[in-house]
Write a protein that binds this ligand. Sequence first.
Ligand SMILES: [Zn+2]
Length: 137
Amino acid sequence: MICLAGVLIAAAANSPAAAQIQVQVLRGRIEAAAAQAPQPAETGLFVTEGGLRHTVTGDEYTMGQLHDRRLAGRLWELHGTPGPGGRFLVDKLFTIKDRQRFRVTYFCVVCNIRTHAPGRCMCCQDETELEELPEKP
Ligand SMILES: [Zn+2]
């Protein structure tokens, strides 16, 4: 009877809820020297408002936005989790203007297509326009 209780407690500790990783939020800027690195860069050096340095990484959309020269020096809010090798794995990111969050998008006026990575339109190959859309609070 005692043994059975021990097994039940062990099972509860291994439940998915207990293992869930907390999403962390970082606010800061991409270091200027890192922003000028050859593109596409797989990582970036991010300096928080508190002065902490993190090597950040993410998918091609995330890294494309963070290294977009038009957004150099901007304040970012990064949502993510600690990844392998001490890197911060970015899941969501926003630019911050006047304390409001904005989603970075790239829009082709010809095709009416909106995407999240800088570069040419996937359809007509024309240059897309950078547009930051306010995120609903
Ligand atoms: Zn297009």
